[in-house]
Design a protein around this ligand. Structure first.
Ligand SMILES: N[C@@H](CCC(=O)N[C@@H](CS)C(=O)NCC(=O)O)C(=O)O
Length: 209
């Protein structure tokens, strides 16, 4: 299997970390958007959205990070991180949808304004956008922290792909000054993900903690 990826991106490193955690060997190809590599005709044939990650397994091509987490999770016998139980899958899917629809949007606004824009010559952070991002992260952070109260992991008290997905922005929390202070349940839960060897191996250094 081959993964086209951007190692610094929170949509990307959880996929690579899950593959390592499950012991699934991947050939990894780093793409550089600054060199137009995500807009090349060859890459657009794989993903017309021009985005990473993309997983290629023989003739099968899959884009969208959360779909790739499901695919990798399903590859392992027993599929413990993407369990067969229907309600567990629905619960996990709920968190994967929430991650993209709400969580990553708020965090992504702050990543863009505070970490990425400047690297691409986009100038100083826009205070209105920062305010918008801060409000979203606080609002959805409260949702996540409340859910995690009294729970070890997001779904069924065991590690699943939902944890890999929802933890995605947290390694960059300090660098992007995500307003998560006081969310002790998030901190405790994320500590377990951060302790995974495969997670540590794939963190986007030098930004990540
Ligand atoms: N919803 C997509 C988002 C993918 C995405 O936005 N990838 C960005 C990096 S965070 C990308 O590849 N950007 C390169 C570009 O637009 O040229 C997913 O989760 O896979």
């Amino acid at each position: 299997m081959k993964l086209y990826w951007l190692p610094l991106s929170p949509n990307n490193y959880p996929v690579s970390a899950l593959a390592d955690h499950l012991g699934i060997p991947l050939e990894r190809q780093f793409l550089d958007p600054a060199k137009g590599e995500t807009r090349s005709p060859e890459f657009l044939k794989l993903n017309p959205n021009g985005k990473c990650p993309v997983l290629v397994d023989g003739d099968y091509v899959l884009w969208e990070s959360n779909a790739i987490l499901m695919y990798l999770g399903a590859k392992k016998p027993g599929a413990e991180l993407w369990p067969a139980d229907e309600l567990a899958r629905i619960d996990i899917t709920r968190w994967l949808i929430w991650q993209q629809a709400h969580w990553m949007r708020g965090c992504g606004t702050l990543f863009w304004e505070r970490l990425i824009k400047g690297l691409f010559g986009g100038g100083a952070p826009n205070p209105e956008k920062e305010k918008e991002g801060e409000e979203a992260v606080k609002f959805y952070g409260k949702v996540l922290d409340g859910w995690l109260k009294g729970r070890k992991f997001l779904v069924g008290d065991r590690l699943t792909i939902a944890d890999f997905s929802v933890a995605a922005p947290l390694p960059l929390a300090a660098a992007a000054r995500l307003p998560l202070d006081g969310f002790s349940n998030i901190e405790r839960w994320y500590g377990q993900i951060a302790a995974l060897e495969a997670w540590q191996k794939n963190l986007p250094r030098p930004f990540a903690k």
